[in-house]
Design a protein. Structure first.
Length: 304
């Protein structure tokens, strides 16, 4: 059997590649690009092959112990093996913050960007015309600032995490099933939130798993941690941005990252500040731009 290419990663010093053949799975490193700068090493010493493993997960686990795979540049990924490589990323213990290239090539973030056909300033502006006519205080709007007052000066630890997640589930028809089996990892994510650090895809996965295994629940918790950075993501918003009745794909953390990206694109548009001011004036409240944008989408879908 010819070697089947699974993944090829590149860096300044060479490449790391993964293959499958009749014997199993293995990885190779090729650092022969060093010969362009020095003849200190013989060429054959710069190419190394691992032993054979009986699964892709095992060969990745071996490689991760030696190399920062997700800090390398993914040159080619076989579509056949993408689900397994995604699982390996989430399971490995390193706190890997993967680049936009990995999000595109491994997790297909662009496919979600393309789904969000209505998340643009033109559609939002049109939707706001009808929303501003009907927007008024209800339970969600009345309770919002009280929730925000509670979380605004909080340094999150596991106890406050439990309180806050139960609080936001008061907005939801589902009973919260909080999973604290990854308590240490949850605390590390909370430390990042307290320090205003950017979360990795793995961090979102940890929070999602702990909060009812729900991206919707996770997004509501995160919004009250930082209403300027994290938008609420629910079925009504998803229906608005995709134009679809059913929220297929809403349960993926990568979809939430794509949503964050597109939301920031809209609120950073030069025409959005006027819409933001209109929403705040209509309600007589000071809101973050992220909250104003989400309200336009939520109430437009509720009224149509």
């Amino acid at each position: 059997m010819k070697n089947e290419k699974i993944l090829i990663c590149g860096a300044e010093g060479g490449s790391l590649s993964f293959f499958k053949n009749n014997s199993g799975f293995f990885h190779t490193t090729d650092e022969r690009t060093m010969l362009e700068f020095t003849d200190e090493f013989p060429a054959d010493s710069l190419v190394n092959t691992s032993k054979s493993f009986d699964s892709l997960e095992k060969v990745f686990t071996d490689a991760i112990e030696k190399y920062d795979i997700f800090n390398l540049h993914p040159v080619k990924i076989s579509p056949k093996y993408k689900p397994t490589i995604q699982e390996v990323y989430f399971k490995n213990k390193k706190d890997d913050f993967i680049s936009e290239v990995w999000l595109i090539k491994l997790f297909q973030i662009e496919s979600f960007h393309k789904k969000f056909v209505n998340l643009n300033i033109e559609t939002i502006t049109n939707a706001s015309k009808s929303v501003l006519k009907i927007l008024k205080e209800d339970n969600y709007i009345a309770s919002y600032n009280y929730f925000l007052d509670f979380t605004s000066n909080v340094k999150f630890d596991i106890e406050k995490f439990i309180v806050c997640t139960n609080m936001v589930y008061g907005w939801m028809p589902t009973i919260l099933n909080l999973d604290l089996s990854q308590k240490t990892q949850i605390e590390k994510v909370l430390e990042k939130l307290n320090s205003k650090l950017k979360l990795s895809l793995k961090d979102f996965q940890i929070l999602k798993k702990s909060i009812n295994n729900s991206v919707v629940g996770m997004s509501k918790f995160l919004h009250f941690c930082d209403p300027y950075k994290y938008p609420i993501f629910d079925s009504k918003v998803y229906s608005f941005i995709t134009g679809k009745k059913y929220a297929s794909g809403i349960d993926k953390p990568i979809a939430y990252i794509a949503y964050i990206n597109k939301m920031h694109d809209v609120i950073n548009h030069k025409d959005f500040s006027r819409l933001h001011s209109s929403v705040c004036d209509q309600l007589g409240k000071k809101l973050s731009p992220m909250r104003s944008l989400e309200l336009i989408m939520f109430y437009y879908t509720s009224d149509n």
